[in-house]
Design a protein. Structure first.
Length: 135
Protein backbone atom coordinates (compact mmCIF):
# COMPACT_ATOMS: atom_id res chain seq x y z
CA UNK A 1 0.00 0.00 0.00
CA UNK A 2 1.25 3.52 -0.79
CA UNK A 3 1.75 6.08 1.97
CA UNK A 4 -1.29 8.32 2.48
CA UNK A 5 -0.83 11.70 0.82
CA UNK A 6 -2.07 14.98 2.32
CA UNK A 7 -4.67 16.42 -0.09
CA UNK A 8 -5.48 19.39 2.16
CA UNK A 9 -9.19 18.52 1.85
CA UNK A 10 -11.77 16.93 4.11
CA UNK A 11 -13.83 13.75 3.72
CA UNK A 12 -17.37 14.52 2.44
CA UNK A 13 -18.79 11.66 4.55
CA UNK A 14 -16.92 12.43 7.79
CA UNK A 15 -16.78 16.23 8.29
CA UNK A 16 -13.56 17.40 9.93
CA UNK A 17 -11.66 14.24 9.02
CA UNK A 18 -8.84 15.05 6.60
CA UNK A 19 -9.05 13.31 3.22
CA UNK A 20 -5.77 11.71 2.21
CA UNK A 21 -6.77 10.13 -1.09
CA UNK A 22 -9.03 10.62 -4.11
CA UNK A 23 -11.16 7.84 -5.57
CA UNK A 24 -9.46 6.65 -8.78
CA UNK A 25 -12.81 6.12 -10.48
CA UNK A 26 -15.17 8.94 -9.39
CA UNK A 27 -12.61 11.41 -7.98
CA UNK A 28 -14.28 12.00 -4.63
CA UNK A 29 -12.16 12.72 -1.52
CA UNK A 30 -11.58 9.82 0.87
CA UNK A 31 -10.57 9.60 4.54
CA UNK A 32 -8.97 6.52 6.09
CA UNK A 33 -12.36 4.99 6.89
CA UNK A 34 -13.79 5.63 3.42
CA UNK A 35 -10.92 4.44 1.27
CA UNK A 36 -10.64 0.94 -0.16
CA UNK A 37 -7.35 -0.23 -1.72
CA UNK A 38 -7.95 -2.46 -4.72
CA UNK A 39 -6.11 -3.31 -7.97
CA UNK A 40 -3.16 -1.06 -6.96
CA UNK A 41 -5.38 2.02 -6.51
CA UNK A 42 -7.68 3.77 -4.02
CA UNK A 43 -11.44 3.70 -4.42
CA UNK A 44 -14.48 4.89 -2.47
CA UNK A 45 -16.64 2.02 -1.05
CA UNK A 46 -19.29 2.45 -3.80
CA UNK A 47 -16.75 2.22 -6.62
CA UNK A 48 -14.90 -0.67 -4.95
CA UNK A 49 -18.22 -2.51 -4.70
CA UNK A 50 -18.83 -2.05 -8.42
CA UNK A 51 -15.53 -3.73 -9.22
CA UNK A 52 -16.34 -6.93 -7.36
CA UNK A 53 -16.13 -10.12 -9.41
CA UNK A 54 -18.75 -10.84 -12.04
CA UNK A 55 -20.57 -7.57 -11.49
CA UNK A 56 -17.72 -5.72 -13.16
CA UNK A 57 -19.75 -6.70 -16.23
CA UNK A 58 -22.35 -4.63 -18.01
CA UNK A 59 -25.87 -3.94 -16.78
CA UNK A 60 -27.16 -5.61 -19.95
CA UNK A 61 -25.74 -8.92 -18.76
CA UNK A 62 -27.26 -8.43 -15.31
CA UNK A 63 -30.71 -7.70 -16.82
CA UNK A 64 -30.34 -10.77 -19.03
CA UNK A 65 -29.41 -12.87 -15.99
CA UNK A 66 -32.42 -11.67 -14.01
CA UNK A 67 -34.73 -12.24 -17.01
CA UNK A 68 -33.31 -15.72 -17.46
CA UNK A 69 -33.85 -16.49 -13.77
CA UNK A 70 -37.46 -15.28 -13.92
CA UNK A 71 -37.77 -17.02 -17.29
CA UNK A 72 -37.06 -20.42 -15.73
CA UNK A 73 -40.81 -20.93 -15.52
CA UNK A 74 -41.80 -18.75 -18.46
CA UNK A 75 -40.55 -19.33 -22.00
CA UNK A 76 -41.06 -15.80 -23.46
CA UNK A 77 -38.89 -14.19 -20.75
CA UNK A 78 -36.20 -16.81 -21.27
CA UNK A 79 -36.19 -15.98 -24.99
CA UNK A 80 -35.87 -12.26 -24.12
CA UNK A 81 -32.95 -13.05 -21.80
CA UNK A 82 -31.23 -15.02 -24.55
CA UNK A 83 -31.61 -12.06 -26.96
CA UNK A 84 -30.26 -9.62 -24.32
CA UNK A 85 -27.30 -11.86 -23.53
CA UNK A 86 -26.50 -12.30 -27.24
CA UNK A 87 -26.75 -8.52 -27.79
CA UNK A 88 -24.33 -7.92 -24.95
CA UNK A 89 -21.92 -10.58 -26.20
CA UNK A 90 -21.97 -8.85 -29.60
CA UNK A 91 -21.27 -5.50 -27.90
CA UNK A 92 -18.39 -7.02 -25.92
CA UNK A 93 -17.00 -8.46 -29.16
CA UNK A 94 -17.04 -5.00 -30.77
CA UNK A 95 -15.53 -3.42 -27.62
CA UNK A 96 -18.57 -1.32 -26.70
CA UNK A 97 -19.32 -3.13 -23.42
CA UNK A 98 -17.41 -4.22 -20.32
CA UNK A 99 -15.32 -7.32 -20.98
CA UNK A 100 -16.14 -8.86 -17.58
CA UNK A 101 -19.79 -9.22 -18.55
CA UNK A 102 -19.30 -12.20 -20.85
CA UNK A 103 -19.33 -14.69 -17.96
CA UNK A 104 -22.68 -13.32 -16.83
CA UNK A 105 -23.95 -13.45 -20.42
CA UNK A 106 -23.03 -17.11 -20.68
CA UNK A 107 -24.79 -17.81 -17.35
CA UNK A 108 -27.83 -15.89 -18.65
CA UNK A 109 -27.78 -17.87 -21.91
CA UNK A 110 -27.55 -21.15 -20.00
CA UNK A 111 -30.46 -20.15 -17.75
CA UNK A 112 -32.42 -19.03 -20.84
CA UNK A 113 -32.03 -22.43 -22.49
CA UNK A 114 -33.16 -24.16 -19.27
CA UNK A 115 -36.07 -21.68 -19.02
CA UNK A 116 -37.08 -22.32 -22.63
CA UNK A 117 -37.01 -26.10 -22.12
CA UNK A 118 -39.08 -25.83 -18.92
CA UNK A 119 -41.45 -23.36 -20.65
CA UNK A 120 -41.97 -25.62 -23.68
CA UNK A 121 -42.43 -28.60 -21.34
CA UNK A 122 -45.06 -26.70 -19.31
CA UNK A 123 -46.89 -25.54 -22.46
CA UNK A 124 -46.97 -29.14 -23.73
CA UNK A 125 -48.31 -30.36 -20.38
CA UNK A 126 -50.96 -27.61 -20.35
CA UNK A 127 -51.82 -28.41 -23.98
CA UNK A 128 -52.30 -32.08 -23.12
CA UNK A 129 -54.44 -31.18 -20.10
CA UNK A 130 -56.50 -28.76 -22.22
CA UNK A 131 -56.87 -31.38 -24.95
CA UNK A 132 -58.08 -33.94 -22.42
CA UNK A 133 -60.63 -31.55 -20.90
CA UNK A 134 -62.20 -30.35 -24.17
CA UNK A 135 -63.83 -32.69 -26.68
ZN1 LIG B 1 -15.56 6.40 -6.25
ZN1 LIG C 1 -14.73 9.37 5.45
Amino acid sequence: MPEPADTGRFCPVHPGVPAFEVCTRCGRFLCGDCSVFREQAWYCPACAQRMVGLFAGSWFAIVAGISAFVGLGCAPLAALAAVLALCDLAMIASGRSAKGGWKLDLIALGLSVVGLVIGVFLIQRLGMLGGAASP
